[in-house]
Structures are given as structure tokens and as C-alpha cells.
Ligand binder design. Sequence first.
Ligand SMILES: Nc1ncnc2c1ncn2[C@@H]1O[C@H](COP(=O)(O)OP(=O)(O)OP(=O)(O)O)[C@@H](O)[C@H]1O
Ligand SMILES: [Mg+2]
Length: 242
Amino acid sequence: MSESRWSHVDAAAAAVRSEPDESTGLAAARGRPARGVLIAVEGGDGAGKSTQIARLTRWLDSRGRSCVVTREPGGTELGRAVRDLLLHGACVSPRAEALLFAADRAHHVETVIRPALEAGQDVITDRFMDSSIAYQGAGRELSADEVRELSMWATAGLLPDLTVLLDVPVQVGAARRSRRGGADRMESEVAEFHERVRTRFVELSRSAPERYLVVDGALSADSIGEIVAARLESTGWFEGTP
Ligand SMILES: Nc1ncnc2c1ncn2[C@@H]1O[C@H](COP(=O)(O)OP(=O)(O)OP(=O)(O)O)[C@@H](O)[C@H]1O
Ligand SMILES: [Mg+2]
């Protein structure tokens, strides 16, 4: 496992990576199975996340990797109840909304993501903490720092090895969404809200470029798939099964 694979774990955990990692529970001891790779796919509504996740899954399958595909909110039974409250319920106050998303994430990480990673499976999550920071931190009234801290507490410091950000102009995402019909509470926000969300996603990617792949989501699905595959190939993480 290369050094960079551990950049997502906090400094203290990295310092003891030859020992079992008590703070994160990751299988870090020598001789234990290597942990899987965590990939988050982020972007605004209609950016093409589901489309690329299907391709990414096929790419991992073709390399004989075992992969779990999940999503936020709603990757667990508890999360599905939270998702209904958040996306289809009445108005939720901003702090309550941030806490509900964080609760969904905490349970998702603890019961789905970490166990899969520890078992050596790769995990692709459709949205992760950047969505919270973008939607609750920039789109609404809370500061990005507050939402990030809440999320980091919820995940006990787990960050994706790679975040694929599909960046599309708001109008492109809106046009794709309108073809599908029926908007949830987030999707119904005004264009200005989605512009702030888009800006925040891009800012997040610039704060740690080594952990991101930002792709122009207006390219064809095939082209995006090739760009993502090339980046994954270049990491060397997928040579051989874990
Ligand atoms: N690169 C692309 N070029 C053109 N159309 C695309 C592209 N990627 C996806 N689409 C189409 O746009 C629509 C939205 O794509 P998709 O469902 O993958 O987006 P999403 O980000 O998962 O959306 P949501 O946020 O609602 O889950 C679909 O009809 C899909 O076929
Ligand atoms: Mg989708």
C-alpha cells in the first residue's frame, strides 16, 4: 500500500499505520488483508453520477475487484428513513438538516463502508461528505467549516481515497433533470442555490487536488468514463485483487 493511500487518514492514524488502527478500525497491521478503495462520486443533481457509477462498477468488475455500490443519503435502512424525511418531508431547519445528513453518514460508514473496506472490497458511494458541505455549507446558512467538522466527526475521520467530481453547468443538470420529471426538496431550489453548490464543490476539489478528479460533466458519458478509468489506472491501486 503506497503512502498516498493513507493520506485520507488523520495524521495520528498514519503515524501508527504498522499497528492495528484503533481510531479508524482499518486493517492496517502487517499481514492483514489490504483495505479496499473508497471512491466518492460527487456533483450536482443530474451531473451524471449514476451513469458513471455504473461504468465504474463495470471497470472494477473487469479487473476482478469486489465492489460495493452505495449512496447517501439512504445507503442503509435507517438512512432510507432519513432520506425520506430530508428529501420528501416538509421544511427542515438548517441545523436539523445537517445533523440528519450526518446521522445518515455516521451509520452508513459504520455499518456499510468500513466493514466492506476492511474486508478488502472497494466501495463506490454516490455522494459523500462533499455533498453535505456543498449543499448545507454553501447552499444554506451554515458555514462550510461547521458542516465539515460535523461530517468528520460522523465518519471518525474517514475520507475517500478519490473523489470524482462531475462538474456541469447548472442549466445542463437542470435540463437533464427536467427530462426525468418530479423534483425533490433539494432539486426544487432556485438556480442561484445550485450555482453556489457547484462553486463549493469546485472549491473543495482545489483544497486537496491529489484526492480529486474533476471532470467536465458536459462531455459525453463515454469520454468521462475513459477519463475516470485512466485516472484509476494511473493510481496502481487495482493491480491484483486485495
Ligand atoms: N455525459 C452525459 N451526457 C449527456 N447525458 C448524460 C450524461 N450523463 C448522464 N446523462 C443523462 O442525464 C440524465 C441524468 O444522469 P444521471 O442520472 O446519471 O445523473 P445523476 O447525477 O445520477 O442525477 P441525480 O443527482 O438526480 O441522481 C440521465 O438521463 C442520463 O442518461
Ligand atoms: Mg443519480
